[in-house]
Design a protein around this ligand. Structure first.
Ligand code: KIV
Ligand code: ZN
Length: 537
């Protein structure tokens, strides 16, 4: 970093600030740092809008996450705004903004974090020979100096600074020790060691952490964190090995969302620590019964479906199909179940209400499910619930959740769904008759297509001409049964930017139209996102 502040006395020497926190953290407490909104959002197709990020951040805070990395403020106005709004709203968790090792990045992160109750600046710079030579085109000496300058600069602004040597797991040990020591001297209270390309294996990664504990003289002044990518499927194993070796912060994402093969999955790390206390006597502050809700929220918003056999949150994670297993389960749940579904917030589908349920009971149910709707949204959702109850015999918690998600996403749409009539079947042509409310005016059209979905999307196209390309069309049933609601995800791409839309309805085609319109409305409001050069985190 050029033109850095005076280094007559390092910030850590001036005042220990958050760096002192390292020694205050209980020795078996693992800090959970969630980066779903930053590293998770960096996976192609997983972009989220402001309102969606706020919903996820609210849930992360409620579930007891310690640090929420809300974005990379210099990356775009959208990221900046998300960090700023989340910083204003979140009170108990630390809110973190990412910054490269430059004043402009750090200033922008600090600007976004101004109103946070607990702000954290996370600054990073590559330290591996490969990255320094080819990506940064900087000498090790220049990198070392930039670490000192950037961390000192950040620490002069903010008490809580985290520093990451990008590609840390492939960095020369002597150089890693030197930069880590300097970062701590310059005021970093957390040192995060990333396995940026998911290359490490558990024993080796644990040895790396032990090496830092043994060789960096001031390491006790910082919390060691790890940030593992899952390219070899080892992100959770590497993170657990690192905790055993002395790391006390784990960076992770809900559902393991993240670049390429993703990041360490929060639900897996937290449940592994909780379930295997005998082997790993560490605790986190996460309320595990929020896990299922968080997983579903992130999956719905991003359109990234959770594979059925995914640990902890997959649809089959607690299903026992085979006769032998079912027999064992009936005799004693412990025979085949190492954790209860309830411990991750997976309650067996509960039948909630029917068409005779009143508004008060509905409101109570919403509160029980964690939704707090304003009067208008409540009235609209109640109306749709009644409509659903007329069409569907049994209404489950999942149905209500899908309804609310759908209603929340529709709140500020310029183009609203009004009605759809489709003629489908083997004797074509399939036709769709669609009515939309566009900026308060009703518009109507009738179109044909190669199948009912195509006809429906053609009708939308006729009423709202646009150049967006359909990248993903995905349907899944909210509950069991042929009268189940369909939850549809549509991903649209325009000029290199993609957005996800969701829609739910017992009629798959209505759900499809709603999902398409949701995505289209998002495209209309999406701000231009331009990533600065060489953005790679
Ligand atoms: O993977 C990585 O190295 C990162 C850093 C910014 C921590 O995401
Ligand atoms: Zn990463």
């Amino acid at each position: 970093m050029s033109g850095s502040i005076s280094k007559s006395k390092s910030p850590a020497e001036k005042s220990p600030g958050r760096a002192a926190k390292a020694s205050q953290v209980a020795s078996n407490r693992v800090v959970i740092f969630d980066t779903t909104l930053r590293d998770g959002e960096q996976s192609p197709g997983a972009s989220m809008n402001l309102e969606e990020k706020i919903r996820i951040a609210g849930l992360l805070e409620e579930m007891g996450v310690d640090v929420i990395e809300a974005g990379f403020p210099i990356a775009s106005n959208g990221d900046f705004e998300a960090v700023r709004e989340i910083a204003k709203l979140v009170k108990t968790a630390s809110v973190c903004g990412l910054a490269r090792a430059g004043r402009m990045d750090i200033d922008r992160a600090w600007e976004a974090l101004q109103h946070a109750a607990r702000p954290r600046i996370h600054t990073f710079l590559s330290t591996s020979a490969l990255h320094m030579k080819y990506k940064l085109q900087m000498t090790p000496e220049a990198v070392h100096q930039a670490v000192i300058d950037s961390v000192s600069y950040a620490r002069n602004l903010c008490d809580d600074v985290e520093w990451s040597p990008e590609d840390g797991s492939r960095t020369d040990h002597d150089f890693l020790c030197r930069t880590v020591e300097s970062a701590i001297k310059s005021g970093a209270g957390t040192i995060n060691i990333p396995d940026t390309v998911g290359y490490a294996v558990p024993e080796e990664f644990a040895a790396l952490i032990r090496m830092l504990v043994e060789r960096v003289p001031n390491i006790d002044k910082a919390i060691i964190s790890v940030h593992c990518h899952n390219d070899l499927g080892l992100a959770v194993a590497n993170s657990l090995a690192a905790v055993g070796a002395g790391a006390r912060q784990v960076e992770c994402t809900i559902n393991g969302l993240g670049e390429r093969a993703g990041n360490c999955a929060m639900e897996e790390i937290v449940m592994a620590l909780k379930t295997r206390q005998d082997a790993m006597p560490y605790v986190t502050g996460v309320k595990t019964d929020y896990i299922t809700r968080a997983s579903r929220l992130v999956s719905t918003i991003t359109g990234f479906v959770v594979q059925p056999n995914k640990a902890i949150v997959g649809a089959n994670a607690f299903a026992h199909e085979s006769g032998i297993h079912q027999d064992g389960m009936l005799k004693h749940a412990g025979t085949y179940e190492i954790m209860t579904p309830e411990s991750v917030g997976l309650n067996r589908s509960t039948l909630v209400m029917g068409k005779h349920s009143g508004r008060h009971a509905f409101k109570m149910k919403l509160q029980e499910l964690g939704f707090d709707l304003g009067d208008n949204a409540l009235a609209d959702t109640f109306r749709r619930f009644k409509d659903l109850a007329d069409r569907k015999k049994e209404i489950f918690d999942e149905d209500i959740t899908a309804l609310v998600d759908d209603e929340v996403t529709r709140a500020h749409q310029r183009v609203k769904f009004v009605s759809l009539q489709v003629v489908a079947g083997s004797k074509g042509p399939q036709t769709a008759e669609l009515e939309l409310d566009i900026d308060g005016e009703l518009h109507h059209t009738k179109t044909t297509g190669n199948g009912p979905v195509d006809a429906t999307f053609n009708a939308i196209h006729a009423l709202v001409p646009h150049d967006a390309r359909l990248q993903l069309y995905q349907v899944h049933a909210v509950t069991e049964g042929t009268d189940a609601q369909a939850e549809v995800t549509v991903r649209l791409e325009e000029m290199g930017k993609s957005v996800n839309g969701q829609g739910a309805d017992p009629d798959t085609l209505v759900a499809s139209a709603r999902a398409y319109l949701h995505a289209l409305n998002k495209l209309f409001t999406k701000r231009a996102k331009t990533a600065p050069k060489a953005m790679s985190a």
